[in-house]
Design a binder for this molecule. Sequence first.
Ligand SMILES: *Cc1c(COP(=O)(O)O)cnc(C)c1O
Length: 427
Amino acid sequence: MTERTPGFATLAVHAGAQPDPTTGARATPIYQTTSFVFDDVDHAASLFGLQTFGNIYTRIGNPTNAVLEERVAALEGGTAGLAVASGHAAQVVVMHVLMKPGDEFVASKKLYGGSINQFNHSFKNFGWNVVWADPDDIGTFERGITPKTKAIFIESIANPGGVITDIEAISAIAKRAGVPLIVDNTLATPYLCKPIEHGADVVVHSLTKFLGGHGNSIGGLIVDAGTFNWSREGRYPMLSQPRPEYNGIVLHETFGNFAFAIACRVLSLRDMGPALSPFNAFLILTGIETLPLRMARHCENTQAVAEWLAKHRKVAWVSYPGLPGDRYHNLAKKYAPNGAGAVFTFGLKGGYETGVKLVSNVKLFSHLANIGDTRSLIIHPASTTHKQLSDEQKTQAGAGPDVVRVSIGIEDKADIIGDLDQALEAA
Ligand SMILES: *Cc1c(COP(=O)(O)O)cnc(C)c1O
């Protein structure tokens, strides 16, 4: 009998986990310990020299976090994963392995606002320079490449929703340039889209959103696709040059198709330090067990809400790729055939004042700055996250005075629509 490859829902519950070998505990225990006892001096030496895999200190690795790493890597179809403290930490850790001061990377300008800030400002302090490209004009990625380019960074479904990126077209550009394609898959999750199947070399996540799924823990994760040749032309010295602190081993030579995940752990996480708490890993693992059920419900509810809003007399436009006629509808059918996610924006005919009244009158929706919760969430960017910008800057950032962003939860869809209905009437 040939063994069946487990399906996605089975992996979401089981990948990486087994009953605890000492106690038999069926749920993954929270290994709330900073450090781990060595068998003897030789064991310690081989752990520190990367000759043996094992636990040393929770900043570098922890058994609870290891289950989370293996589970997300399995769901994404990668070779290995690394859990870190937040989605933003995942981005810093990845770039720290790839970039030297003066290097560049090309990034889609349709990204989560926090990533735009991180790339524009904080990364500059490291001398890592972002070159912005437009996913609606793929040629801008190719034109952004220079001899200093070390990576391309995109989101699959881009936050604040409504944009589906053509991953295969951008992967072809990355391959021609000899640089890895990094895909932030936070909004899609591997349930809706698997970037590695479309040519991504590295996938990053904010676990804070749909993977954890309950709005209770910040976390991030990096998945190594195992596809990239890190030794080519010596462009990635952290992977292709001998490491003095590890007896001169060359990470790519020693660890092959999971060398990138190892480098992120033993160089970047070790030295930059954004370790994930095992308690958060436990909550996120529990969340992932129901990912397929939640995402199916999120998408079903979102489709219904978007269709209802599109017909509402106070609504000027709805930007959701699940709607036929949306400019990203065909890309959504290719990259996210089971649903275009649960985050989208719409425009109010009444502009700024109506937006403020809408978010002031919702009862079931929570007015806050997050996405990917079981609860339905709403924000009016022009009066909150983007308030400090001029009207022109707001519009450029997709946060014009009329724009409302929602993240649709898993409540009853009649209640979600009912709440928007009464708040729109009051607005
Ligand atoms: C929230 C988010 C991040 C940042 O993640 P944190 O866990 O908040 O650090 C990165 N990318 C996307 C698409 C996000 O939505």
